[in-house]
Design a protein around this ligand. Sequence first.
Ligand SMILES: [Fe+2]
Ligand SMILES: [Fe+2]
Length: 343
Amino acid sequence: MDASTDQIKAGRIDTDNTYYELYQKSVELGTWDAEKLMHKVGFEEDREVWNSLDDNEKEQWARLISYFIDGEHAVAQDARRIMKTVSSPWFDRSIEKEMFASALALEEAKHTQFFDLYLTNVMVDKFPQYELDTRRGGIQIPRTEACGAGEMFERQGTLQAQAADGGDPTDIARAATNYHIGVEGILARGGYFAKNRMMQEAPLKLLNKGFQFISTDEGRHITFGLEVLNELIEKERDGVPAYQGVENAIWEQAVEDIGYITDTAYFITESVGDPLDVDFDELVNRGARLAGDMMFDTLDLDAGSATEFMQAAADAMEDAQGSDYEAVIEKYDHIYSAKMAGD
Ligand SMILES: [Fe+2]
Ligand SMILES: [Fe+2]
């Protein structure tokens, strides 16, 4: 007879806890292997499709994938800070959160590995510069640096450090909003929307397979982040003094981030002529709706409203229109080359 989970009694671990359930899902479902996937699917078909694309179509893919590899790398680096934050006394229980945060750290490392292998073996002609460790060279890929995503990942590092190093509940709320709602919940999921559109014209099979595994992992990370935010909000609503201001911090951070995200959406679509038909307006709309669902359905936020958030996204769209990124990419190309050459 099988010993199912509910027959096994745990001691200090609360097996009814949502974080524990998410952890168990990671242990069961998060076990895919990036190297094995590449051996199994192979690079041939993807290389063939890639080589059939014109330079502008390649550029559109390169802009999307740039922010994915730098973004996955950035969230992997900050996972250690999440582990520290969730172990702080601001939370009633930590053990199950720490267990899940360790799974998140492994998964983000794997996502970084997937994009690194894929770039190197398929898209390398569009990526002469991607090899520097951002922590050693201090710079992301020039395309990432040129758009809002680059700023957003830098902001993420600062916010996560503030939260982990003695931050109060509003610092934790800002950091979790930026990481789980902004980067994972909107920037990454908006990216899946874009890649689905682009795959219609340019079906990159191996890339698509990797994205499927990654988006399943990300679903758990987002659920985790919303649970953490919900705990902080509940304390605020219960009137605990140290938690006052949490909802406002979430709202302010989300509005700040929609500016970076919308700029990134413009960067990967209209600014390059959108040859693979993503549609800037639909992409921003999708992102704003995802944000609205998380903030006003799941978290039931009193600060701000879905209408105000749509307005913030519309304002950001106007700001992004007509931005020219070429000069910025070129500037960072030079900086990156100098760093590669050892300064
Ligand atoms: Fe990831
Ligand atoms: Fe993630």
